[in-house]
Structures are given as structure tokens and as C-alpha cells.
Design a protein around this ligand. Structure first.
Ligand code: NDP
Length: 283
């Protein structure tokens, strides 16, 4: 008998519409882990107290979502190398009493990508330059991508991300301003949408690209988790590309977090099915 469960959870504001608790607890149940995941609404001025509370109660770790991904860093003892370069943390791991900041958004993406194609030496076209794009760009570069072209509407963030890739990784980064009907260069191996275009409820919104330039052989990934079958995913499939949806990325970042906390490599299928159920999305 054990009435003392290991605690994990999430600190964010707002928290009520975040489905992470459902998929993580489904994995804990499936693997008969005596672990719990508590979804907590934490305003910015209470973040320090929340982190102290997690430390005091012996939590194994926690996720941080908006608006804490950057400000949590000042409360941590160490950062993992990729989280340091990205400059944001979505997962905190408590190890030997020390709080270590990780960023599993990009790591989850890379795990999913490795399942469908090569990263080493590839040229990447990345749409977006926000938090998700930063995580994806840095992890792709650290995983051996050769060149990352950042396409963004806002020049400042786009250029900043391209410069970060060049300065902090062995890949080269380049910024291209997003112009209408943007073509995908023929030598692109991996195309990623890390903008919020197509996210529910704006499900009919489309990237402004030349759709005829999507070619078989390209891997096309969308970070949008809901709906999983975005316009980009459907068009890329029709063009003969290999596709990866954002629900897979969401599941993988959660699975990577559980592995960091507990050492258990959980069943992604269980997590994905639970997410599909609670989000009401179908394949
Ligand atoms: P941010 O707000 O940090 O960045 C949004 C990005 O989208 C910016 O680059 C912005 O460009 C661009 N953008 C938004 N609207 C438009 C538009 N109409 N036209 C062109 N560009 C646009 O958000 P995040 O990076 O945190 O999240 C981006 C997406 O990734 C979200 O949909 C989120 O759901 C998803 N995500 C998925 C995860 C997963 O596990 N599947 C994990 C994290 C995020 P600009 O700089 O010009 O404003």
C-alpha cells in the first residue's frame, strides 16, 4: 500500500483549457505509476511561491506554460544546454534537490521527426519566429540540420532567430521576409509551420505560400495541435510529402517530460488517444 503519490503538474495562467493533465494522467494510469499531475492556475506574482511550494512538497517536476516560460528561469538552479540557447523553459526537473530547466517542445518535435526522416545535413524552411519556432529551430540545429531559413511576417523576431541559430549552433541561419505566395526552395528537406495560422477556431486560415512548390520527398510538419489535420497537412499529403502533425509534437513533448521526471518511456498512443478524446478531434 502506498498512499503517497509522486507529484508533478503545471503552472500557467490561464490553466483551465490546457488539456495536458488529461494526457499525462492517462500515461500514469496506463503504466500503473503512483504519480499525479496537478494543473495549477498561477499568476505571475505568485510564480516564486509556487516554485518554492513544489520544492517544499518534494514534487518530481512541473511544466511551465504562458506566461512563465521565461520568468521561471530566475527561480531555477541550472538550465539544460538547449533551454539555455532557446531562452525559455517548459519543463522543470527536480534532481537531487536542484531545479533544472528543460525545453521539451523542440525535443518532442525532434523525436517525432526522427521517426519519419533524416535531420542530419538537411535544409529547413521554418515559418514563424515565436516561442515554438525558437524551440524547433534550436533543436533542429543541435540535431544536425545544416541550414535553417526562418520565414516570418515580423522582421525583428525573424532576423533575431536566424542570428541565434548561426551564433549558438553549428547550423547556419538565414532570415527571409514573408512575401505573398512564398515558394518553397526545391532543395528544402524539412518544412515546418510554427506560426499560429490554422489554430482552432481559425481552421480555414492558410499559409501564404506557393502550394505547387511542395514536392514529394519533403517532410512537412505543422506545430498546430488542434485541429491535427490542418490545411497544410492535407495539402502536403496530397502533394506526396511525408507529414507530421502538431498533436504528435504535443504528445511527444509530454512524453519527454515524463521521461525526464521518472525515467519511464511511456506509450505515446495512449496519450494521443486521450488527447483526441478530450479535444473532440478525430483522424
Ligand atoms: P507566438 O505568439 O510566440 O508566435 C506566433 C508566431 O506566429 C509568430 O512568428 C507570428 O509572426 C506568427 N503569426 C501569427 N499569426 C500570423 C499571421 N496571420 N500571418 C503570419 N504569421 C503569423 O506563439 P508560439 O510560438 O508559442 O506558438 C505558435 C503555434 O505553435 C501555436 O499555434 C501553438 O499552438 C503551437 N505550439 C504547438 C506546440 C505543440 O506541442 N504542438 C507547442 C508550442 C506551441 P509575427 O512575429 O510576425 O507576429
Amino acid at each position: 500500500m502506498n498512499f503517497l503519490h509522486t507529484l508533478t503538474g503545471s503552472f500557467a495562467q490561464p490553466a483551465a483549457e490546457n488539456p495536458t493533465v488529461a494526457m499525462i494522467e492517462a500515461a500514469y494510469r496506463h503504466h500503473r505509476m503512483e504519480w499525479r499531475y496537478v494543473n495549477c492556475e498561477v499568476p505571475p506574482e505568485k510564480l516564486a511561491d509556487a516554485v518554492r511550494g513544489a520544492r517544499a512538497m518534494g514534487w518530481a517536476g512541473f511544466n511551465c506554460s504562458l506566461p512563465h516560460k521565461v520568468t521561471v528561469i530566475e527561480h531555477l538552479d541550472h538550465l539544460a544546454p538547449s533551454a539555455e540557447i532557446i531562452g525559455a523553459v517548459n519543463t522543470v526537473v527536480v534532481r537531487d534537490g536542484l531545479l533544472i530547466g528543460e525545453n521539451t517542445d523542440g525535443q518532442g518535435f525532434i523525436e517525432a521527426l526522427r521517426g519519419v526522416g533524416e535531420i542530419e545535413g538537411q535544409r529547413v524552411l521554418l515559418f514563424g519566429a515565436g516561442g515554438a519556432a525558437r524551440a524547433v529551430a534550436v533543436e533542429l540545429a543541435l540535431a544536425g540540420a545544416a541550414h535553417i531559413t526562418v520565414v516570418n511576417r515580423g522582421r525583428l523576431h525573424g532576423q533575431e532567430l536566424a542570428d541565434l541559430v548561426t551564433a549558438k549552433t553549428s547550423a547556419t541561419g538565414e532570415y527571409l521576409h514573408w512575401h505573398p505566395a512564398m515558394p518553397i526552395p526545391a532543395d528544402t528537406g524539412i518544412v515546418v509551420n510554427a506560426t499560429s495560422i490554422g489554430l482552432y477556431p481559425h481552421v480555414d486560415d492558410q499559409l501564404d505560400i506557393d502550394w505547387t512548390t511542395l514536392r514529394p520527398g519533403m517532410v512537412v510538419a505543422d506545430a498546430i495541435p488542434n485541429p491535427p489535420r490542418t490545411h497544410l497537412i492535407r495539402s502536403a499529403e496530397a502533394a506526396g510529402c511525408t507529414v507530421l502533425d502538431g498533436l504528435g509534437m504535443l504528445v511527444n513533448q509530454g512524453a519527454v517530460a515524463i521521461r525526464l521526471w521518472s525515467g519511464v518511456d511511456v506509450d505515446r498512443g495512449v496519450m494521443r488517444r486521450e488527447l483526441e478524446r478530450v479535444l473532440g478531434v478525430a483522424e
